[in-house]
Design a protein around this ligand. Structure first.
Ligand code: UFG
Length: 328
């Protein structure tokens, strides 16, 4: 019996693989290596290189490894790219997920945990955002994830596939033991970009917008440590295995930091005063995104261990340094 992790060679997926191994689970990874890297997959974990939409491959993996649970991370995740390539995003995130869900149902998989996103809410009416608040994705990315949420719920009702949907806020940091981290080239996320600037991998960075209706005018986000996020999936798996109901949960800490605060922390922890340019707003960026996390705290056995910006930034920086040595 094993857990199948799609996207297990990627940033969040590779932390999930470690989390499962640490719990003594047997893990199998399916990843097309489009953004993932095979060297983060630990020895002893079987890696299949392929698409989640390849039903014959997925069905064969389910049979051969007695897969009872699938944790589905594999996806395209860059919001502006989804605007320029909507059909590519709907193919990879929605059509391929449909195929995966169907293969799971046919193969008798009992549980699925799906990576969704705060992008399903679009620009929220109020903060913090509750799971029952209005959903209004403002990008093909957000809509591609919302469509998969809907398919999964309906497939669950019809076929009894137990599921948990986790809506991630801003995921950052790296494994505290530095076994994996964010390794994707050309990453666009704030803490990763700032860590690259601090370690000299880029000359400087930009702040996109200083005229938001926030205390210092820059975007406010709820940054969650990637290892706490992986633990949320473990808690979801335990919940489903013990007969818990299907559910949808925000994953965030419930408080936000501004872009200036994040950059200030990266400068403080690294001791490097890298150049920062002020630019206009990035299209599609909401002013603030902060999770109401009361539901996950009350329903799942989940308590954050790294709810501290300095810790998140320290782990991200340590990984960036390790990566720089590796890529030399
Ligand atoms: N930012 C900068 N400079 C940068 C990068 C980001 O100023 O170089 C700012 C952004 O404008 C934003 C904040 O930092 O205010 C966070 O931006 P990220 O790109 O790190 O993350 P997003 O909030 O845009 O994206 C996250 C998830 C997406 C999800 C989205 C929902 O990573 O998967 O939230 O809006 F879709």
């Amino acid at each position: 019996m094993a857990v199948l992790v799609t996207g297990g060679a990627g940033y969040i997926g590779s932390h999930m693989v470690l989390e499962l191994l640490d719990r003594g689970e047997t893990v199998v990874v399916l990843d097309n290596l489009s953004t993932g890297v095979d060297w983060v997959v630990p020895e002893g974990v079987k890696l299949f290189v392929g698409e989640t939409g390849n039903q014959s491959l997925v069905s064969a993996i389910i049979r051969a490894h007695d897969i009872r649970a699938i944790i589905h991370f594999a996806a395209s995740i860059v919001v502006p790219d989804s605007v320029s390539d909507p059909l590519g995003y709907y193919l990879n995130n929605t059509v391929n997920s449909r195929a995966l869900i169907e293969a799971a149902v046919k193969g008798g998989v009992r549980h699925m945990i799906f990576s969704s996103t705060a992008a399903v809410y679009g620009t929220p009416d109020r903060l913090p955002i509750n799971e029952d608040d209005r959903m209004n994705p403002e990008s093909p990315y957000g809509m591609s994830k919302l469509m998969t949420e809907v398919m999964l719920r309906h497939a669950s009702e019809a076929h009894g596939l137990g599921h948990v949907i986790l809506r991630y806020f801003n995921v950052a940091g790296a494994d505290p033991r530095q076994r994996t981290g964010q390794s994707t080239p050309r990453a666009t996320h704030l803490i990763k970009v700032a860590a690259e600037a601090a370690t000299g991998r880029r000359a400087g960075m930009s702040v996109f917008g200083t005229d938001y209706p926030t205390p210092d005018g820059t975007g406010l986000r709820d940054y969650i440590h990637v290892s706490d996020l992986a633990r949320a999936h473990s808690a979801a798996l335990d919940h489903l295995r013990s007969g818990g109901a299907n559910g949808t949960f925000n994953c965030g800490y419930g408080h936000g930091f501004s872009v200036f605060e994040v950059i200030g922390m990266v400068k403080k922890v690294s001791g490097v005063d890298f150049p920062v340019a002020i630019e206009g707003r990035r299209p599609g960026d909401p002013a603030g995104l902060v999770a109401d996390n009361r539901r996950i705290r009350s329903v799942l056995d989940w308590r954050p261990a790294y709810d501290d910006l300095e810790t998140i930034v320290s782990h991200a920086l340590a990984w960036e340094k390790k990566l720089a040595l590796r890529n030399r």
